[in-house]
Design a protein around this ligand. Structure first.
Ligand code: SAH
Ligand code: SF4
Ligand code: F3S
Length: 475
């Protein structure tokens, strides 16, 4: 089921990997992606760059000439999973010494040459800004060497690379609108692995959306680590770079994409509480095809913890942003990310997270216990002093609370009719389809004559923990 895939592919959220669909060509590339949606979008860039040099993708690692793992460093267990998989691929390489194994993405950037020298597990190490160089790196390796490119860039956005769509279904797609992150949240490794924040040319984003519409896609998700700080032709200080050209904010960019086609749904991720403006909310309200769903990571409900996390907002500020959502887009579903057991977190501070969750009444949450990452501000400044059993106990507590909150959110919509974009056939039954409503809830209903890509009005009749169930209503 696509939504399950969506969740499982997202290491930042759930922690599994997905491989990609096949496309014809002489040499075979097997790509396995871990981590956030941006990493999955990057794998499509990689597939596109390599298709220029005669590579086609395969779903079967056994027939690959090149295996690339696009990796994530967000928590320690994300890296452990990749290491385990790498040793499996190395067994395959013992049987087939010509096989090239490369590591891409955030772990490549973080560990650089260590992966070649100390661990001897790979032939190629390529960071997120070096994918244009992959054909050369493969060349180098075929000459018997190891190859590394972990240079980060201030400009690279791969704006002109047309991604090879690797997801299945042909209904939903990702569009990267920016790269990197300048925020330096103290727990987070991303600024080190992805480099400085830079926004992509809005024209190329709109073009990509148009091409997707022409290819029959019905939904795009605009991606960035902090989409609210998207800016084109204007500096952070507000100075216009080229007076001849237009200035574009995130709100304006969304508007441009929403105008591409009323049949194209727009989602976006991730919003940042310190930067999310009312302008963005007004644009969501104005366009029916911009989904009523906001993922607004809070991390903690306590202002002192938020300060240690260097998040740039307080509990009060965050709750004011939630109030703005309720005021301007009352239909919106809200989800969040939470970290339990951050450095120095007292029981009272943890209880502030619990009370904030209740106050907001999140529809959904992604919850993690704190995992210290090398080089981050927190690692340098604070002690990772909360014992693992307490971190996990607090995690269990917020998870149990979220189950109750999600139950209530599901219960509320029973009896309502929701517009669902069909994404595919249910994994559990050939006779059912699945899709999502505007609020990002998964809805299952009997197939009848409907098919993926259709918008269907579904009357919600019941639910299980993760999905709503209903029947199509004929208009
Ligand atoms: N850019 C997004 C988040 C990207 S990482 C934002 O600013 O919200 C996704 C989530 O992983 C984060 O929101 C956070 O909850 C979690 N995370 C990041 N670093 C972590 C760490 N060191 N330990 C545990 N969870 C972490
Ligand atoms: Fe990490 Fe913070 Fe940037 Fe998100 S905003 S990627 S949590 S540094
Ligand atoms: Fe992971 Fe890198 Fe994304 S660390 S969450 S793949 S930006």
């Amino acid at each position: 089921m696509e939504t399950e895939v969506q969740k499982t592919i997202d290491e930042s959220k759930q922690g599994e990997a997905t491989m990609v669909a096949g496309k014809s060509g002489a040499k075979k590339l097997y790509l396995e992606s871990y981590g956030c949606q941006m990493n999955f979008a990057d794998s499509e860039i990689v597939a596109s760059i390599l298709s220029e040099t005669g590579f086609s993708t395969t779903k079967n690692s056994a027939e690959a000439d090149v295996i690339f793992m696009n990796t994530c460093s967000i928590r320690e267990n994300a890296e452990t999973r990749v290491r385990n998989k790498l040793s499996q691929f190395n067994k395959q390489k013992k049987r087939n010494p010509k096989l090239v194994i490369g590591i891409l993405g955030c772990m490549a950037e973080r560990l650089k040459k260590d992966l070649l020298e100390e661990e001897k597990l790979v032939d190629i190490v390529a960071g997120p800004d070096s994918y244009r160089d992959l054909p050369n790196l493969i060349e180098e390796v075929s000459g018997g060497q190891k190859a590394v490119n972990v240079l980060l860039s201030r400009e690279e956005t791969y704006a002109d690379v047309s991604p090879v769509r690797l997801g299945e279904g042909g209904v939903t797609a990702f569009i990267s609108i920016m790269r990197g992150c300048d925020n330096m949240c103290s727990f987070c490794v991303v600024p080190f692995t992805r480099g400085r924040e830079r926004s992509r040319d809005p024209q190329s984003i709109v073009e990509e959306a148009k091409q997707l519409v022409e290819a029959g896609y019905k939904e795009v998700t605009l991606l960035g680590q902090n989409v609210d700080s998207y800016r084109w032709n204007i500096t952070k200080k507000g100075e216009i770079i080229d007076p001849e050209k237009e200035v574009v904010s995130f709100a304006q960019l969304m508007e441009k994409v929403a105008q591409v086609s009323p049949e194209l749904r727009i989602r976006f991720s991730t919003s940042h509480p310190k930067d999310m403006t009312d302008d963005v909310l007004h644009v969501i309200k104005k366009y029916e095809n911009i989904c009523n769903y906001i993922h607004l990571p809070v991390q903690s409900g306590n202002s002192d913890v938020l300060k240690r996390m260097n998040r740039g907002y307080t509990r009060e500020w965050y709750l004011e942003r939630i109030a703005a959502i309720r005021r301007i887009v009352p239909e919106a579903a809200i989800s969040t990310d939470i970290i339990t057991g951050f450095c120095g977190e007292t029981e009272e501070e943890h209880q502030d997270t619990v009370s904030l969750m209740k106050e907001v009444g999140y529809d959904f949450s992604y919850m993690f216990f704190y995992s210290e990452r090398p080089k981050t501000l927190a690692q340098r400044k604070f002690e990772d002093d909360i014992p693992e059993d307490i971190k996990k106990k607090r995690l269990n507590e917020v998870q149990a609370l979220q189950s109750e909150l999600s139950y209530k959110a599901n219960e509320k919509v029973v009896g309502e009719t929701h517009k669902v974009l069909v994404e595919g056939t249910s994994k559990r039954s050939e006779d059912d389809l699945y899709g999502r409503n505007s609020q990002n809830m998964t809805v299952i209903f009997p197939k009848e004559h409907y098919k993926p890509g259709d918008y269907v009005q579904v009357k919600i009749e019941g639910f299980t923990s993760a999905t709503l169930r209903g029947v199509a209503i004929t208009e």
